[in-house]
Design a binder for this molecule. Sequence first.
Ligand SMILES: [Zn+2]
Length: 89
Amino acid sequence: MVLTCPFCKVTHLTKQGLYRLTRIVLDIDSFYILATESLHCVKCKKNQIGWSEAILDQLDPATRSTFPVQMMYHSACDTRVIYLLRHRG
Ligand SMILES: [Zn+2]
């Protein structure tokens, strides 16, 4: 899968290692910690976080569906929680 830089639209993103921050994700009966990679554009020199919408939106639907987290500004929620909230009686 080739990812495109969301800033300059070229396909020169390289891995920069783990992103320095993790995110605690609320699940149905627990929390878990989510980590991601930092991606670097060799052309515009900007970095992008692997879980950003700009990157996730480039994934094909099958791959995207394996990322079960709804990211918010300071928090994150597993999509199983969102499903339960939407379908509670
Ligand atoms: Zn770029």
